[in-house]
Design a protein around this ligand. Sequence first.
Ligand code: GUN
Length: 305
Amino acid sequence: MAQLLDGKIASQKILDMVREGIVTSTQFNFRKPGLAVIVVGDNPASQVYVGHKLRACESVGIFSKEYRLPASASMEEVKLAIDELNRSPNIDGILVQMPLPPHLDAIDLVTRIDPSKDVDGFTPHNLTRLLQGRTGLFPCTPLGVMRLLEMNNIAVRGKHAVILGRSLIVGRPLLAMLLDANATVTVTHSHTEHLKEICQTADILFAAIGRPGFVEGSWIKPGAVVVDVGINRVTNPSEVPYLKASEPERYSQLVNKGSLLVGDVRFGEAEKIASFITPVPGGVGPLTVAMLMSNTLHAYRTRKK
Ligand code: GUN
C-alpha cells in the first residue's frame, strides 16, 4: 500500500512558519501584510476556496479583504478595482479568483496586477522570471506540489516526471519548477497519443486535468509517486463508475450525502500500486492555500524594503 502524502500536515507546518515570520516582521509596529481577493460572480466552488483563503489569512495574521463584483461586471470595472488595489499601500497581494465569467479575459486582467503584488504568479513578469530560473512570485499550486515532495524527502532530480494537463495555473508552471529541480519532464494534454503508455513510464505522475477518476490504476508504474491535483465535486455515482468497487466507503458517502470530492486519479486502484500518493481532499489543496500565505508574506517583505 502506498504511503499517504498528507497535505494537511505539510500545510500546517508552512502556516506555522508564515505566522512566525509575520510576528517577527511586524514587531516594531509595522502594519500587517494585506491580501485582496477579487471574486467576480458566484461560482460555488470559488466561494468555498475563497473562504479557505480568507480563514487562512485570519489564522496567520494577514489582513484580508474580499472584493465581490457581479457576474455581469465589465473588463473596465474589474480593471478599476485592480488599479485601486495596485495603489493601496496596505495591500501586498492581489488575486483574481478563477474561473471568471466567460465574457472576461482572465489573462488581460491578471496582466494589470502590479507584479510586486502578484501573489498568484500569473503576470508576464513573474512567469518570465520562473522560466528564467530566477526568484519571484510563482503560482501557489505547483509551488505547493514541489514543497509537498520536498517535505516528504522525495527527490525529483533525474526522475521522469509526467504532467497531465497544460493549464496556466498548474501544468505549465509545474513544468518550469520540475525542470529547475533537474527532473526530465513530459507534459501531456487532451491531444496526446498513447497517454496510458506515457503515464506508465512516469516515476512521478502529476494529474491536473479536472476529470474525476481519469487516471486508472493500470496507468501507474509500480512504485511510482502519484500527485493528484484534481479537485472534482461529483453529485451522481454515474460520474465515478469505478468508485463502488475500489472505494466502497467513499461510494456510500456519495450516495448518502449526495456529493463527494474526488481527484483525477482512481485513488483506491492507485494506492495499491504507487509508493506515495496524495489523497483528495487533504492532499495538494491545503498546500495551495499555505503557499498563498507564504507568497503574501514574501510580497510584504519585498515591498517593505
Ligand atoms: N482557481 C483555482 N486555482 C486558483 C489559483 O491558484 N488562483 C486563483 N486566483 N484562482 C484559482
